[in-house]
Design a protein around this ligand. Structure first.
Ligand code: SME
Length: 153
């Protein structure tokens, strides 16, 4: 599903689901499943959580194959997202210098920062075995999701 039609419904349901009444990990666990199911062609979807003391991020809740557990800010699409503090859409991961191939069948990827008090606290990462799987519309939707979940970090 591309989000054009169901964009508002998805965002609204996520807005209703995310709550400060449970730990962060519980919110992210459900969200990883919702995002995995909502973005067609996704083979891996999850969160990496920032640790500024380590200059690295650690694997959070996810859906899909086993993934890298620690990514330095200097590495990969996720690292570029944190250091540039912006979403990164990668139509072909094989053309992205330094891409980390956690899952060898991935061909495209999108990573969106979660920003709290002007700091990146984590990222949302979606991978696909398709080339060009994600659109700018998907990025906009994921940025709205990131904005919603920033309130429970
Ligand atoms: N490909 C990412 C690493 C995380 S996995 O895709 C789950 C990157 O280059 O940062």
């Amino acid at each position: 599903m591309k989000l054009d039609k169901n964009y508002n419904k998805l965002i609204k349901s996520i807005d209703n689901l995310v709550t400060n009444e449970v730990p962060l990990v519980s919110n992210l666990a459900n969200l990883s499943k919702i995002l995995y199911d909502s973005f067609e062609g996704t083979c891996w979807c999850g969160f990496y959580l920032c640790d500024d003391e380590e200059d690295a991020m650690y694997l959070g809740p996810f859906q899909g194959p086993v993934a890298c557990t620690k990514i330095p800010y200097s590495k990969g699409v996720c690292g570029a997202c944190v250091t540039k503090k912006e979403s990164i859409l990668v139509p072909n991961v094989h053309e992205f210098p330094g891409h980390i191939a956690c899952y060898s069948l991935t061909n495209s990827e999108v990573v969106v920062p979660v920003i709290k008090d002007e700091k990146v606290v984590g990222v949302i990462d979606l991978d696909s075995t398709n080339y060009n799987n994600y659109t700018n519309n998907d990025v906009l939707a994921l940025e709205e999701v990131a904005n919603i979940i920033s309130r429970v970090f």
